[in-house]
Design a protein around this ligand. Structure first.
Ligand code: AMP
Length: 282
């Protein structure tokens, strides 16, 4: 496995692979790998013959006061794990290599970025779309794998790729969870013991909400109330950022549940902000 820090070097390498007829796969990450990241690499490895994993804590997707500076980092461990999971190139650029001081080009999908996480993180998805687009230009992947844990991100990237005719296949990968149901996240290291103990109730509550729909409830407001009441009870130290039922594709809020619905939640804990979601089929 080669580690590349220079964006132009990555582009040269990938253009050469392209000329040689290789199918390139890309897994964009911010590092501090857990089984979720590794399962994305394994899935991508199976669909390409050159695997590029990017490790970049992208400054433009963090708002003021967010955890850009304290975001957990361990490049040596990440490099070992990426290597073990079949990565050909680990791309670890410096922020200054990715963004000129006068960087002024942005990609956004505003309609889909207003709700859910976008409401409390207004510049987040603009930063995500811009950096993912840059990574597509540099790594030239035929396939890129993203986790369903960040469902809004995945839906927005699918829309960006469709709208801009970007020649890449986007694959969504299921959420990898701890045995007790907590969705794996690099930010779980921020949880206190007390918070960690009750955090699985987020997934449990969403699964119960799906049961409620399965038993005939079709009023999205009633399902949302169920989720917020249950979370207030079972995760008492958390503060709900949002609990929503949305269309899984365009993320529009639902009033009635008449087809597939995504139940999505974000909760502020003392230091962490946890997100989770559950696809409810009708
Ligand atoms: P991050 O490093 O948090 O930006 O995540 C990099 C990629 O890993 C994104 O596509 C995430 O959706 C995905 N990911 C993060 N956590 C999980 C998880 N628990 N299960 C599946 N994918 C995940």
């Amino acid at each position: 496995m080669k580690t590349i820090r220079n964006p132009e070097e990555l582009q040269r390498q990938c253009m050469q692979w392209e000329r040689e007829g290789h199918r390139i796969g890309l897994v964009p990450t911010m590092g501090y790998f857990h089984e979720g990241h590794l399962s994305l690499m394994d899935a991508c490895r199976g669909q390409c013959d050159k695997l590029v994993v990017s490790l970049f804590v992208n400054p433009t997707q963090f708002g003021p006061g967010e955890d850009l500076d304290s975001y957990p980092r361990d490049e040596a461990r990440d490099a070992r794990l990426a290597h073990e999971h079949g990565t050909d190139v680990l791309f670890c650029p410096e922020p200054g290599g990715m963004y000129h001081e006068d960087h002024g080009t942005w990609i956004e999908v505003p309609e889909m970025a207003r709700g859910l996480c976008g409401a409390s993180r207004p510049i987040h998805f603009r930063g995500v779309c811009t950096v993912v687009n840059k990574l597509f230009m540099l790594a030239r992947p035929a396939v890129a794998v993203f986790g369903q844990k960040d469902w809004q991100q995945l839906a927005i990237i699918r829309r960006m790729v469709r709208d801009l005719h970007i020649p890449v296949q986007i694959v969504g990968h299921p959420i990898v969870r701890e045995a007790d149901g907590l969705a794996l996240s690099s930010r779980n290291v921020y949880l206190t013991d007390e918070e960690r103990a009750v955090a699985p109730n987020i997934h449990k509550t969403l699964a119960e909400a799906a049961d409620l729909v399965a038993s005939g409830e079709r009023d999205a407001g009633a399902v949302k109330r169920f989720i917020t009441d249950r979370l207030a009870e079972t995760v008492p130290m958390g503060r709900i950022d949002y609990a929503e039922l949305v269309d899984p594709d365009n993320l529009a809020p639902l009033e009635r549940i008449s087809g597939p619905a995504l139940a999505a939640v974000a909760m502020f804990m003392s230091k962490a902000r946890l997100i989770d979601n559950y696809l409810i089929g009708v």
